[in-house]
Ligand binder design. Structure first.
Ligand code: B12
Length: 218
């Protein structure tokens, strides 16, 4: 567990947006924290460890919305640090295009936003297309932007079907050059599903993204 995790979670539990943002930005600016550790060891577990019991579902769900909105603000505020770390630590911009999207009905967007920043850190020209993106819009984005990679993030297991349909549409439209990556919690217990749904590879971590240029697929 990251040494700053508990302190951050306590601020998040109090839904103190101001203190949460300040806590993170002051550590990033002093170099006490970097973006990957922040995302992987503090923000993602702070959300993924939320458990709603049957008795407190109504309260828990609106609080989950508030907490995820605070985390979204923090991610947006990190962008200057993403660029700074890309240029200072990871060798700068190299330029291959990547689009990152969630399939239709997948509203869990925070993993996709973090992954977009992971690609940016590694020098890719990365664009977050959006949560809940219909297949035909993903096809249009691929046709217009002509990315080298399309990364599809899926959190809810049931949305793997929507990812599969989007991939089929891309293949039907004849976009054979784009490499399709999938990732996200929906695949954690189902690591072989990516092949069945027609993706080229499954990636899950910052190191997977970093290793992509050296081969990367598993
Ligand atoms: C926050 C949250 C929400 C927020 C989302 C806010 C937002 N703007 O994104 C809100 C409140 C809107 C929400 C709604 C719902 N949620 Co919700 N939600 C969560 C929660 C608590 C955290 C998810 C999250 O954001 N984690 C933080 C991110 C950063 O972590 P991550 O996704 O794991 O991403 C990391 C890695 O996985 C990786 N990664 C992710 N994608 C990719 C892609 C690539 C290519 C790579 C390389 C890596 C990668 O990188 C990230 C950084 O390390 C989880 C709990 C849990 N245990 O997961 C439930 C959870 C995901 N939700 C769930 C459900 C059921 C729902 C609802 C259906 C609830 C409802 N009844 O309304 C709705 C569905 C909405 C929809 N249609 O999508 C279930 C899904 C279960 C399943 N079947 O798989 C979970 C697991 C809760 C549970 N235990 O039941 N939710």
């Amino acid at each position: 567990m990251h040494p700053l995790y508990r302190e951050f979670v306590s601020l998040l539990d109090h839904e103190d947006k101001e203190k949460c943002v300040d806590f993170v930005l002051s550590r990033l600016s002093k170099g006490e924290l970097d973006v990957v550790k922040l995302y992987d060891e503090i923000l993602a577990p702070a959300l993924n460890n939320i458990v709603c019991t049957f008795e407190d579902t109504d309260t828990c769900v609106w609080k989950e919305h508030v907490k995820s909105a605070i985390v979204r603000t923090i991610i947006e505020c990190c962008y200057p640090y993403v660029i700074r770390e890309r240029d200072g630590k990871y060798g700068g911009k190299k330029g291959e295009k990547v689009l990152v999207a969630c399939p239709v009905e997948e509203f869990h967007e925070l993993g996709a936003k973090m992954v977009t920043d992971f690609f940016t850190l590694c020098g890719y020209d990365a664009t977050f297309v959006g949560a809940n993106t219909p297949g035909m819009n993903i096809v249009a984005a691929v046709a217009d932007a002509k990315p080298k990679y399309l990364a599809i993030s899926v959190s809810n297991y049931y949305n793997i079907v929507a990812a599969e349909k989007a991939i089929a549409k891309i293949r039907e439209a004849g976009h054979r050059d784009v490499k399709i990556i999938v990732g996200g919690n929906a695949f954690r217990k189902n690591p072989d599903e990516y092949r069945r749904i027609g993706a080229d590879m499954l990636l899950q971590t910052f190191d997977d993204v970093r290793n992509l240029r050296g081969g990367g697929s598993r």
